[in-house]
Design a protein around this ligand. Structure first.
Ligand SMILES: C[S@@+](CC[C@H](N)C(=O)[O-])C[C@H]1O[C@@H](n2cnc3c(N)ncnc32)[C@H](O)[C@@H]1O
Length: 201
């Protein structure tokens, strides 16, 4: 993802700068813990609920948290969000998960599950890939300039176009609103990758 490191820093600082600062952050689809560890380091008093259906990913996240000293503040759950308790959180991060889910109710259900676990006004920092207007031409050009061969760039874009479930930005906004979020502002955009700050209505 272009700008991934920057996005992690922006998410962490956006949460850390909120007043009151979040005390309990939900991180579904935490993967290997990238946004989790960035936010845990930026907010040394906050607690986290980190969830992922992949045990392998979760093991890496746990290992990272032990290494950076944030482990005691993170409750790790192996599984899906709906298999965890209904506890309320005062912030959430959902990074690079939604585009893996089909738009057959699965995206909406995940967003609604997050909304149910957030207190009123709590922020959701969403990072996702939407369907760009240019058929990924600009991303292809960027990949080539980064030194990838034409075949490598084509393979990346083919996977995104055929295996991912990207929706247009307007649809993503509609799904967020249906799930019970107000859109506050975009905080990142590079090609079809974007970051949106939404708040629980
Ligand atoms: C590309 S990784 C993103 C990891 C991390 N959030 C990041 O930004 O680096 C996608 C993650 O979503 C998880 N995942 C897949 N299906 C999911 C679902 N239905 N609910 C939550 N997470 C899911 C995968 O196991 C994987 O760890």
């Amino acid at each position: 993802m272009p700008g991934y490191r920057l996005v992690l820093d922006v998410m962490a600082s956006t949460l850390a700068a909120r007043r009151p600062q979040p005390t309990c952050v939900l991180v579904p689809g935490c993967g290997t813990g990238a946004e989790l560890s960035a936010a845990a380091l930026a907010m040394p008093d906050a607690l986290f609920t980190a969830i992922d259906p992949s045990q392998g990913m979760l093991d890496v996240a746990r290992h990272k948290a032990k290494a950076d000293g944030s482990h005691a503040r993170i409750a790790f759950h192996h599984g899906l969000l709906d298999e965890t308790g209904p506890d309320l959180h005062d912030a959430a991060m959902l990074s690079l998960v939604l585009h893996f889910l089909p738009d057959d109710g699965a995206k909406r259900d995940l967003l609604a599950g997050i909304a149910r676990r957030l207190s009123a006004g709590a922020p959701l920092l969403l990072v996702d890939a939407v369907k760009p207007d240019d058929d990924d031409a600009a991303l292809r050009d960027w990949l080539r300039r980064r030194g990838h061969s034409s075949a490598e760039a084509s393979a990346v874009i083919e996977r995104m176009q055929e295996s991912w479930h990207r929706v247009p930005l307007e649809r993503l906004i509609g799904l967020l609103e249906q799930a019970g979020f107000h859109i506050r502002e975009p905080f990142f955009r590079a090609f079809g990758y974007l970051g949106i700050l939404a708040e629980r209505a």
